[in-house]
Ligand binder design. Structure first.
Ligand SMILES: [Zn+2]
Length: 78
């Protein structure tokens, strides 16, 4: 389950980067593109910070990486 939440988080962050690229390509001002894309990516990070938590000690689980099976704080299997 943690794997899926991390995948969603990384997906939203990637979407933000993707949106910046698309908007830049279609001629939107780069600053506006960065604000919109950055906002999406930031939303992904916030989502990750809220959802990627150890169910035992409630420590934040790193967004990076794919197969983190054990909590880095308490060592419980997540
Ligand atoms: Zn923990």
């Amino acid at each position: 389950m943690m794997f899926i939440k991390r995948l969603i988080t990384q997906g939203i962050i990637m979407l933000g980067v993707f949106v910046v690229a698309i908007l830049a390509i279609i001629g939107v001002d780069l600053i506006i593109a960065c604000v919109i894309g950055g906002g999406i990516s930031f939303g992904g990070i916030v989502f990750g910070c809220i959802k990627l938590r150890c169910p035992f000690c409630h420590a934040g689980i790193p967004i990076q990486g794919f197969f983190i099976e054990y909590c880095p704080m308490c060592g419980e299997k997540i």
